[in-house]
Design a protein around this ligand. Structure first.
Ligand code: ZN
Length: 149
């Protein structure tokens, strides 16, 4: 899906896309894990699968060496998914060490539908810094217990 630069960014911060996730999609560094998380959500909406791959930590369990297969899988997921909304529920950032090797946890609720069925989930994601940039490392889905925002 194409998103106008002046459209409200779907990541939920309430800014225009051009002032929000678009600069990150064009190469600007995300200053916090939360902002990176939001920009990845928006990347799913616009179908920028290369951004998803580039912001995945290369040492994490979700990184795949077969980029073509990975892209195909991501595109398939995008094509069958409607991204309704993103809610950030909690952010915990660990004090960044002097060597800049910080990590952060972002808990979010993604409201999604697939074939008109609810496919929403709540995830606690781990982000780690890699070469001075935040990267998505791993995530675990949470069961009930996280209140609806
Ligand atoms: Zn945004």
């Amino acid at each position: 899906m194409k998103l106008s630069p002046n459209a409200t960014c779907p990541c939920g911060r309430g800014l225009k896309y051009k002032q929000c996730c678009r600069p990150l999609h064009r190469g600007r560094t995300a200053l916090t894990a939360e902002v990176l998380m939001r920009s990845r959500y928006t990347a799913y909406i616009i179908g920028d699968m290369n951004y998803i791959i580039e912001t995945t930590h290369p040492n994490g369990p979700l990184y795949r060496s077969d980029r073509v297969a990975w892209l195909t899988e991501l595109r398939f997921f995008c094509q069958r998914t409607q991204f309704v909304r993103l809610d950030i529920l909690d952010v915990t950032e660990e004090a960044t060490a002097e060597d800049n090797s910080g990590q952060a946890w972002v808990t979010f609720r993604a409201t999604l539908t697939q074939q008109k069925q609810d496919a929403s989930f709540t995830e606690r994601s781990l982000f780690k810094r890699h070469h001075n940039m935040w990267k998505y490392f791993s995530g675990e889905h949470l069961e009930d217990g996280v209140p609806e925002p």
